[in-house]
Design a protein around this ligand. Structure first.
Ligand code: NAI
Ligand code: UGA
Length: 446
């Protein structure tokens, strides 16, 4: 069986690698010339453990090909759509890329029907999206099975998650046939799956990401309360998650950094936007954004309490084991601290590299490293040299080891260590009276 994948980003390339591992041939359709060229030259334009070697081997064996659009002489049996669905200006979902893919496929509908191809939407989309596209591209949906199959992978563990998903759900429209070829892929991978209506599958995806964000907010808010009484937030929550009868899984429940990445912030904005569009009052769900912002303020206070002059920051990506800096908490913290002036930053990450960043990540990184008083390196020793304060943002054991015997103050946000706001008020006052940070002062005071 031949698999086609639209969008060779974090999800699309992982899907490609997993399909190759399962023995299928893959054609990736990617709109970015640079990404296509990189792949054609045997370079993988992102860091995701395990993906690179499989994709490169697939390319050299001729089992992974890359093109800008499908050709009717070389049609896949199953098309996965994994293009980006970023937030729009109002917190809704920008569906332009998905629309463009459906439009391409609609133009080829007779060839797709002849081949018996199926279309599987994997991009995260708001409830009701498949129905909207079914109306818009009615002629395509009439002759080709189209399903929504939410993706539950996490960056950094994407292959593992793809091959062992927490659950497998296929959403389809009432009058659409079962996507039998897609289901035969699951059989091969030994997945259990459930077929539900498209709106349920679309909403389930938002429910999962919204709940992940909510759990993080709860853990971080509770952490702040425990800290204020002199208790140990990690200990409290480590005990809390031991109760797996009533407290569900430990994931997302250990206090640490504010949440970030390309998904949770986007989906919390989308949920607020969806509620508002239906005139619904959903204060718990809507408060996640505010709660996360207040946690940023708390972390900033803890850093400023140490009055750093030269701050070494370990971990720039939104979490360890990825090079993705989209909505990274570290990036947000850097901008907020930079607005105060007077701090020099040296930043380390094992995987983020200016020379290998692409697309949005490249633009974000270029902007960040053009900040005054910031240096960036992939050598941790270089970054630590001369630092008077250290900020650890990733739960990476290597950071624990390399900082173990250092004498300067360390704030390990990822593990909630060294987090204290003592003396913050005095420092904020003096920074404010020197005119620094006026623009964001109200965000920082709590
Ligand atoms: N990153 C993650 O951990 C997860 C993401 N998702 C969802 O999967 C989707 C993709 O996410 P990412 O892979 O992170 O995005 P990404 O931004 O890394 O990749 C999207 C790719 O699609 C390409 N593209 C855009 N329009 C195209 C078109 N018309 N034809 C072909 N290629 C096109 C872009 O150039 C880019 O390479 C989003 O809807 C996201 O919400 C779902 C689960 C996990
Ligand atoms: O829909 C998506 O796009 C994906 O979004 C997230 O995956 P991802 O953003 O790759 O990574 P996560 O591990 O969920 O991390 C997101 C944020 O939560 C934080 N986090 C994660 C786990 C945890 O236990 N605690 C915690 O604070 C991370 O540091 C990060 O800031 C979801 O968790 C995936 O299940 C989902 O498929």
């Amino acid at each position: 069986m031949k698999i086609g994948i639209f969008g060779l980003g974090y999800v699309g390339l992982t899907t490609g690698a997993c399909m190759l591992r399962s023995g299928f041939d893959v054609i990736g359709y990617e709109i970015s010339d640079i990404k296509r060229k990189e792949l054609a030259s045997g370079r993988v334009p992102l860091c995701e453990p395990g993906v690179g070697p499989v994709v490169i081997a697939g390319i050299s064996e001729g089992r992974f090909r890359v093109a800008d659009h499908p050709s009717k002489d070389d049609l896949p049996d199953v098309f996965f759509i994994s293009v980006g669905t970023p937030s729009d200006d109002r917190g809704g979902t920008n569906l332009k890329a998905v629309n463009s893919v459906f439009s391409t496929l609609a133009d080829m509908r007779s060839d797709l029907a002849l081949k018996g191809s199926e279309i599987v939407l994997r991009s995260t989309v708001p409830p009701g999206t498949l129905e909207v596209f079914a109306r818009k591209f009615e002629a395509l949906f009439r002759v080709v099975p189209v399903a929504f199959y939410p993706e539950f992978l996490r960056e950094g563990t994407a292959i593992k998650d793809f091959e062992n998903p927490p659950q497998t759900v296929v959403g389809k429209l009432a009058n659409s046939p079962n996507p039998t070829k897609l289901i035969s892929i699951f059989e091969h991978l030994d997945f259990e799956y459930r077929v539900v209506d498209a709106v349920s599958a679309e909403t389930l995806k938002f429910a999962c990401n919204g709940f992940h964000a909510l759990k993080i907010c709860f853990a971080n808010e509770l952490g702040r309360i425990v800290s204020s009484f002199g208790g140990n937030p990690r200990e409290v929550m480590e005990l809390f998650v031991k109760d797996t009868q009533l407290n569900i899984s430990p994931r997302y429940l250990l206090p640490g950094a504010p949440f970030g990445g390309s998904c949770l912030p986007k989906e919390t904005r989308s949920l607020r936007n969806l509620s508002a569009s239906r005139g619904l009052q959903t204060p718990t769900i809507c408060s996640c954004e505010e709660s996360n912002q207040s946690h940023f303020s708390y972390v900033i206070d803890c850093i400023l309490a140490l009055n750093p002059k030269r701050l070494a920051i370990l971990g720039l990506a939104f979490k360890k084991d990825t090079d993705d800096i989209r909505e990274s908490p570290t990036v947000e913290i850097l901008y907020r601290l930079a607005a105060y002036g007077g701090i020099e930053f040296s930043v380390h990450d094992y995987l983020v590299r200016p020379e290998t960043a692409f697309g949005v990540n490249q633009r974000l990184l270029d902007k960040l490293i053009s900040l005054p008083k910031i240096s960036f390196s992939n050598r941790v020793g270089e970054v630590l040299e001369g630092a008077d304060t250290i900020l650890i943002m990733h739960t990476d054991k290597r950071y624990e080891l390399v900082t173990r015997n250092l004498e300067c103050p360390i704030i390990d946000v990822a593990r909630w260590e060294g987090m204290s706001r003592a003396n913050t008020v005095g420092i904020l006052e003096s920074r404010r009276s020197s005119g620094a940070g006026v623009g964001i002062a109200n965000k920082v005071s709590m």
